[in-house]
Design a protein around this ligand. Structure first.
Ligand SMILES: [Zn+2]
Length: 375
């Protein structure tokens, strides 16, 4: 535009050479002394023509992408296929990104073939609904490019019961979340649990991971017991979370009215896209090994889902169709409200960062009102 304007102005002889460097706008506003046009006349007449930069033919990179579906059930297959159109026949790296609450993040990447074609699998191992796009980065002589965006969601393979609003925070004042951008390690103390309990524990972690996007890693066995108090009991250093079966005298948790507790043991001040919150650094659940009737597999599994819900920051609801309801056995599967809660504390809502303060970034969770455990 600017070149067009200035060269046009020069051709009609209205501008002095000195103003060529100015912007089109200032050139237009500049006074037009008729003498200066003759002063540099000859030079300015052909110089701009010779110096006029050749139109740079930029390599226009384009990414075309097609999603095989916009919605898939958990565990289902979905792919993005497409082509990078480029001048050079180079293999390009392409990245599938999803827009989490704290921005676009890489979820998958691959290289195109020589024709620029690519195929990427869309992750479907947890429930989410996010915008997605395919991007190729800038390379020497080729600019980067992005595809159009496409909302993609992974939905449950069952119809969740109840209202999506039937959920609550374990600590509504401070919100409590683990950092979903880190793997949470857990150990189990099942010496006093019935056979088969360990399998129920791993299964419950799997269900919670699928609902929230949180990642858990089993580190092995422990003698540690979650006590609901900050700093109590020695845990292996690699352990963030403990699931334990204990005798009432082995813990300070009150087993007189409840046979299992779950919650947070340590937390620091953290921050996510919504603001300040309690960042959970240690948590766990303890089951009363002396519970009348014991812990048959499905009952253990159901209560594990409930207690682990507390461990990741969820509170109670009245709706008996939800896992986070109190005083009922069942429903053995997450309800619609549970799933909203899991999504709210989970990966889609972005990373949780520690707020570092000079000297000490650690706060006393009890002082800050962060420590919460519930039956
Ligand atoms: Zn509870």
């Amino acid at each position: 535009m600017r070149h067009v304007l200035t060269s046009f102005a020069l051709m009609v002889g209205l501008l002095a050479p000195a103003t060529v460097a100015g912007s089109a706008a200032s050139a237009e506003r500049a006074p037009v002394p008729s003498t200066s046009a003759t002063g540099g006349g000859a030079a300015s007449a052909d110089r701009p023509v010779a110096a006029r930069p050749k139109k740079k033919r930029k390599n226009r990179t384009k990414v075309r992408a097609t999603w095989s579906a916009s919605s898939v059930q958990i565990g289902g297959l979905a792919a993005v296929t497409g082509k990078v159109k480029d001048k050079g026949r180079l293999k390009r790296k392409v990245v599938l990104q999803m827009k989490h609450a704290d921005g676009w993040k890489k979820v998958q990447s691959t290289k195109t073939n020589k024709k620029g074609e690519f195929a990427l699998q869309v992750p479907s191992d947890w429930l989410y609904s996010m915008k997605s796009r395919v991007l190729t980065k800038k390379k020497k002589r080729s600019p980067g490019a992005k595809s159009k965006t496409q909302r993609f969601q992974v939905v449950p393979d069952f119809v969740p019961a109840g209202s999506p609003d039937s959920w609550s925070y374990l600590n509504p004042a401070n919100r409590l979340r683990w950092n979903p951008c880190q793997t949470i390690s857990y150990r189990v103390n099942v010496a006093q649990a019935p056979a088969g309990t360990e399998e129920a524990i791993h299964r419950a972690f799997g269900a919670m991971s699928g609902a929230s996007g949180l990642r858990f890693k089993f580190k092995g066995y422990t003698e540690a017991i979650y006590r609901g108090r900050p700093g109590t009991g020695k845990w292996e250093r690699d352990t963030d979370l403990v699931v334990s079966w204990a005798l009432p005298e082995q813990t300070t948790l009150d087993f007189s009215g409840a046979h299992a507790w779950g919650g947070v043991q340590d937390a620091v001040w953290g921050r996510d896209r919504k603001g300040r919150l309690g960042k959970i650094t240690k948590g766990g659940t303890t089951f009363d090994a002396t519970t009348p009737g014991g812990w048959p597999y499905m009952k253990a599994y159901d209560v594990l889902l409930h207690e682990l819900g507390h461990v990741v920051g969820l509170g109670h609801v009245d709706d008996p169709t939800q896992i986070m309801a109190t005083g009922v056995e069942g429903p053995y599967i997450y309800g619609a409200g549970d799933l909203t809660g899991m999504r709210t504390i989970g990966k889609q809502k972005g990373c949780v960062k520690t707020i570092r303060r000079r000297g000490a970034d650690m706060i006393s969770p009890a002082d800050a009102g962060l420590l919460v455990a519930l039956p």
